[in-house]
Design a binder for this molecule. Structure first.
Ligand code: B3K
Ligand code: ZN
Length: 881
């Protein structure tokens, strides 16, 4: 484990290196305990560098056996070697020379899952962000692009399959049971995109003919015996390849494209050139083992990694501060892909829910940072919702401002101008300015300034003057290192709606530039006058979620009810109903804290019933609308002095009120949605299941609920329905014999399927209640659980922290005590996963004072531990700062 050095990296310190590495030749002789890596690097001194400039290479825990320059060993006095750095003090005077190094690695003992490691006896690598330096000494930074040739040697029995980046060029036997394969990647790439996989894996093969008629061999490699679970992923891959050609004009560029699924992986997947490595959770699926959400994630992540081939690989990042250049843009591309494959409205609502659940709390707490950060201590902690999700929203806003055609022209220019380069956000913005002639300088603050902007909006209508007036004021809250904020350019899509639901036409507009239904907010305060408006319209704001902002709107409940029924913008219609639910819940929490019971208005519960039964709306949309804001959503909207118990009580009461007010209607709808056709994972069928399962959750609160849910569970013909029913039983009727029997049956059926057991862990970790911390503790000893496997840790422990507000935030602090102990246990094995878990307490300052004290104690317990990893220390210290 690399312990913290306290070093801070700053954007302003970026300097090009003195040396380049145009070619990299690697030979791996694989063995679990002692793999030998021979690296032969062609090193080239830049013209601008001094002949005496030392060559300083990055390493991380390396053991060096041998080093030679131009075939001759190097004098000890001319070298400085530590596990974390190799310095050639006096490189040759020639401007190009060859550096040969042999390092020795122990992949079997690598539990951090960075560099070369073993997962279920398969050798694999993860190099982003700084894992390549755990394989050999290198200029391990994204602006060093090199052409790689890789030779892999292994025992044929142990590793019949040998894969690396690029195209295969050679293979054969080398005696004594050993064999080799050689790969060459013609596209210069940064070290973080290097990959190697070797082992015994099953293959699913297919092919794709590109736009220009080139044949590409496609392969998805999985644990032998699981091949039939990779069909959906393969289909998603082919659809992604086609879509990128059609929508962005991007064609695949190698002869082969391979994907490997492994079961030990720190994140979702990795876009290594021509050899994507995936967490098997995002490859393997069939109706028996995967939910509709799993299918949708597989489709999105397969697309995301594939799209990186252009946005990330062909054009990469100059330095890690530019991470959003590839991540924000690629998330935007995968969002658009899924929107085209599924329902655009439903997809947009789901995206916004995710953004609010993950990015808003980050932006509003101690870990806030700009989409393009200016400083970091540990780069792996910056693969955040801000870089990814807000980064995607920023790209979406560029498209909103420019319009689709100019946006596409800008993207074309980006690919043309920067192909083969390591680029910056400035380069990215420049192509859109050049393609559109627009000035994006104020807009660029979205990359540079952290914090969620807020817009305060009020409106009035002057019938005599036939004028409708909107007053909009922007503010951006202070965030770490940024106490003063500059004014942002916020594209706010809007609509004025008349009493019959029709769009209201207006004559002129004054006070802001308004184009194509978008108000361009650029000043602190705008008074926008719409002339020729005789009746007071209802105003629909931030349509389609055109900007990632919060709104404080002075709006009457009547208008919200009206918009929830009539807004023609599907997103805003959902938003209006969601706002009504949130406002009601917040009022109910206040009453709960005052010891009172809230009486829920018939108008609201009736509207829920009307939406559920509205056949003009897609079932998936209705399911999203009926899903109440989560307890964490409510906490975030309340903002401070949070008491999770009161939130839970209020939310349960609203669910009960909606369920009882609509019992009969929900019940007959539920019956009507039972699927008679054969299973299909498509979005329409998934939407019907989603609505039916949402209705089950309400119906389960009525008398006969446990029996209904148990029946749903036992008669389920797919994992979506089975897992949904199990969650309803475990969460709504915990301890009932129906719940206990269903949990036991599920365990018996799936005990040997790790990915399905993750659902079983997840469901139990999210049982609301004080006792759950004990259940979770006990489950860490379950034979299917392992503290070394990131999926298991996230399912059981991560879920407990993020989806169990009353259990984790127990008033006596037991949840937090468990947090500090288990995070440290995980850290011993895998610092990156531990650091991610530790972000669960980032909003600790919004809790009520008693819980705040206990949360601080838990964070301090970690902070006071010696030899913390850079990953965990960075998170904990920023959280406490
Ligand atoms: N680029 C990888 C993430 C790497 C994370 C390193 N800590 C996956 C992705 O975003 O596509
Ligand atoms: Zn990505």
């Amino acid at each position: 484990m690399r312990t913290d050095t306290g070093q801070v990296f700053r954007l302003e310190d970026y300097r090009p290196t003195d040396y380049l590495i145009p070619q990299t030749n690697l030979t791996f002789r694989l063995s679990p305990e002692a793999t030998r890596v021979t690296a032969v690097l062609t090193v080239e001194r830049r013209d601008a560098a001094a002949v005496s400039a030392p060559l300083v290479l990055d390493g991380d825990g390396l053991k060096l056996n041998r080093v030679e320059i131009d075939g001759k060993s190097v004098e000890q006095a001319d070298l400085l070697v530590t596990p974390d750095r190799l310095t050639i003090l006096k490189p040759p005077a020639a401007s190009v020379f060859q550096l040969t190094m042999e390092t020795e690695l122990a992949p079997a003992g690598n539990e951090a899952l960075m560099g070369l490691y073993r997962s279920s006896n398969v050798y694999c690598t993860q190099c982003e962000a700084e894992g390549f330096r755990r394989i050999t000494y290198f200029l391990d930074r994204p602006d060093i692009l090199s052409v790689y040739t890789v030779r892999i040697e292994a025992l044929r029995d142990e590793a019949p399959l040998l894969l690396s980046n690029g195209n295969p060029i050679d293979k054969g036997d080398i005696g004594d049971g050993w064999h080799y394969a050689a790969w060459h990647d013609p596209f210069p790439k940064p070290s973080y995109l290097f990959a190697l996989v070797a082992g015994n894996l099953g293959k699913v093969a297919d092919s794709f003919v590109t736009l220009s008629g080139r044949d590409v061999e496609l392969g998805i490699y999985v644990e032998p015996g699981k091949e039939r679970l990779a069909g959906y992923a393969m289909d998603a891959l082919k659809r992604s390849m086609k879509w990128d050609e059609e929508k962005f004009g991007r064609e695949y560029d190698l002869d082969v494209f391979n994907i490997v699924a492994v079961s030990d992986f720190n994140m979702g997947a990795m876009e290594n050139k021509g050899l994507n490595v995936f967490n098997d959770k995002y490859v393997l699926a069939d109706r028996e083992t995967a939910t509709d959400a799993d299918f949708a994630n597989i489709e999105a992540i397969i697309a995301h990694e594939y799209f990186h081939n252009w946005t990330g690989n062909r054009i990469t990042c100059r330095d890690w501060f530019q991470l959003c250049l590839k991540e924000g843009l690629t998330v935007f591309r995968d969002h658009e892909f899924s929107a085209d494959q599924r329902s655009r409205a439903v997809k947009r609502i789901a995206e916004v829910r995710t953004l609010r659940a993950h990015q808003f709390p980050e932006d509003q707490g101690p870990l806030a940072h700009p989409v393009r950060p200016r400083r970091y201590r540990e780069i792996n902690n910056f693969y955040t919702a801000t870089v990814y999700e807000k980064g995607s929203e920023v790209v979406r806003m560029i498209r909103t401002i420019l319009g689709s055609d100019a946006f596409r022209a800008g993207m074309d220019l980006y690919f043309e101008r920067h192909d083969g380069q390591a680029a910056t956000i400035e380069d990215f913005l420049q192509v859109f300015e050049d393609a559109s002639g627009r000035d994006l300088s104020q807009f660029s603050l979205w990359y540079h300034q952290a914090g969620t902007p807020n817009l305060t909006v009020s409106s009035k209508h002057n019938p005599a003057a036939r004028e409708f007036i909107l007053e909009i004021e922007q503010s951006v809250p202070p965030t770490p290192y940024e106490s003063r904020k500059r004014l942002m350019h916020i594209p706010l899509a809007f609509g004025l709606i008349g009493a019959g639901g029709e769009p209201v036409a207006y004559g002129g507009v004054e006070g802001a530039s308004v184009e194509g239904g978008v108000i361009h907010i650029r000043k602190r305060r705008h008074v926008i006058r719409f002339s020729g408006v005789s009746e007071r319209p209802a105003v629909s704001l931030n349509r389609g979620f055109s900007a990632p902002v919060t709104l404080s709107v002075e709006q009457k409940a009547d208008d919200q009810f009206f918009l929830a029924r009539h807004d023609s913008d599907a997103f805003s219609r959902w938003q209006a109903f969601n706002t009504l639910l949130t406002d009601t819940l917040i009022a109910a929490v206040r009453q709960t804290l005052d010891g009172k019971q809230h009486a829920f208005a018939r108008r609201l519960t009736g509207l829920a019933g009307d939406i559920a039964g509205d056949e003009t709306l897609e079932p998936a949309y209705r399911a999203l609308a009926l899903g109440l804001p989560s307890e964490a959503d409510i906490a975030r909207d309340i903002g401070n002095n949070i008491n999770p118990d009161a939130i839970h009580t209020a939310r349960e009461a609203l669910a009960l009120a909606i369920g009882s007010a609509n019992r009969e209607a929900f019940s007959s709808l539920y019956e009507g949605l039972a699927d008679k056709a054969a299973f299909s994972p498509d979005a329409t069928s998934a939407g019907r299941r989603a609505l039916r399962n949402t209705l089950l959750d309400y119906l389960a609160l009525s008398p006969g609920g446990p029996a209904l849910a148990a029946d749903h569970f036992h008669s389920a013909t797919n994992m979506t329905d089975r897992a949904a029913a199990l969650a309803v039983l475990a969460h709504r009727h915990h301890g009932s014999h129906e719940a206990t029997a269903a949990l036991a049956a599920f365990e018996t059926t799936y005990e040997s399927d790790a990915l399905v057991m993750d659902k079983w862990f997840q469901i139990q970790a999210s049982v609301p209640g004080y006792q759950t911390v004990e259940t979770v503790r006990a489950l860490t000893a379950h034979p299917a659980f392992s503290l070394s496997n990131p999926n298991r840790v996230r399912s059981l422990i991560g879920t407990f922290f993020s989806a169990n507000q009353i259990g984790f935030h127990r008033a006596d602090g037991e949840g937090y005590r468990f947090f500090s102990r288990i995070v440290l246990e995980v850290e011993k094995r895998n610092p990156q996963v531990a650091a991610r878990l530790a972000t669960a307490l980032r909003s600790w300052r919004s809790l009520e004072p008693g819980r705040q004290d206990k949360a601080r104690e838990a964070l301090l317990f970690i902070a006071n531990t010696e030899n913390l990893s850079a990953d965990l220390r960075d998170i904990v210290e920023r959280t406490l700062a």
